[in-house]
Ligand binder design. Sequence first.
Ligand code: C2E
Ligand code: CA
Ligand code: CA
Ligand code: CA
Length: 279
Amino acid sequence: VKRDGRDSYMEYSPSFAEKNVSKIVLFEDLKKAIEENQLLLHFQPKYGLAHNQIEGVETLVRWKHPEKGMISPGEFIPLAEESDLIIQLGNWVLKEACYQYKVWEQQSYINFHLSINISPKQFLHPDFTDNIIQVLEETGMSPLKLDLEITESLAIENTESTIEKIQILKQYGIQISMDDFGTGYTSLSYLSMFPLDRIKIDRSFIQYLPDNKDHKAIVQSILTVAKNLNIRVTAEGVETQAQLALLHQLQCEEVQGFYFSKPVPPDSLLAHWNAQLMS
Ligand code: C2E
Ligand code: CA
Ligand code: CA
Ligand code: CA
């Protein structure tokens, strides 16, 4: 990079350049990772409070980089979302997770749904629904057990097309959850526009419970509205007994978080499930 253009070199400061080089390197590595099977899936249980049972498991992708070790999805998902790589990555996760579900079914009696995070670009892709149906057929997984976690921003920015697509998916019996609810400034009235099965209250509203009165009020309102609209509610990021006790008292139906389990590899997830069956 030449610095001959008076002020114009500002944006080429070393830190900027370095940042971008490492980003480009990471991007190339990620492309390779998908092809070379460096990605893997972990699963985090979601518990139903009525029966104290695992009701679903959330699929969370992991990247085991050959040199850098484990890289967090918080780092590489946003990178993938900047290009069409997220489509490829999302399709890989979808297929792999559905296959995993079938493997569990062969290993044991299971009765929980499988949640998969869907990025907005992936959801809005014209082939999305066809692709889902194809993967379900290919893997033999029941659509009734599949749950797609979509985001608030997707719903706000593409309301019409999102509603349309949700309706198609629901015809197959696929469940739809709205993830990270509360972070995207959606008003509660928005909820009635989407045929949702579930909303997940973002961890930022759970984190400071039970002490934070504002957050308690927000959680309470979400629960009240959701109940009236016949939408289930999951509280995410539950870490303490005190949080759990309050959520129980507020009649929240589902909880997920480190208090119960971190995301774990497939075998450990099945062990959790089997241990519960025996207790
Ligand atoms: P998310 O969908 O909101 O997933 C929940 C995140 O919170 C996960 O982080 C999970 O490990 C973490 N978590 C769960 N319980 C607790 C808790 O009690 N305390 C704390 N501090 N954290 C908790 P993770 O696995 O690092 O994933 C981060 C984000 O990356 C996810 O947020 C999701 O947006 C995205 N992501 C992960 N896998 C996929 C995927 O397959 N596809 C897409 N599109 N996005 C994914
Ligand atoms: Ca999620
Ligand atoms: Ca979430
Ligand atoms: Ca979140």
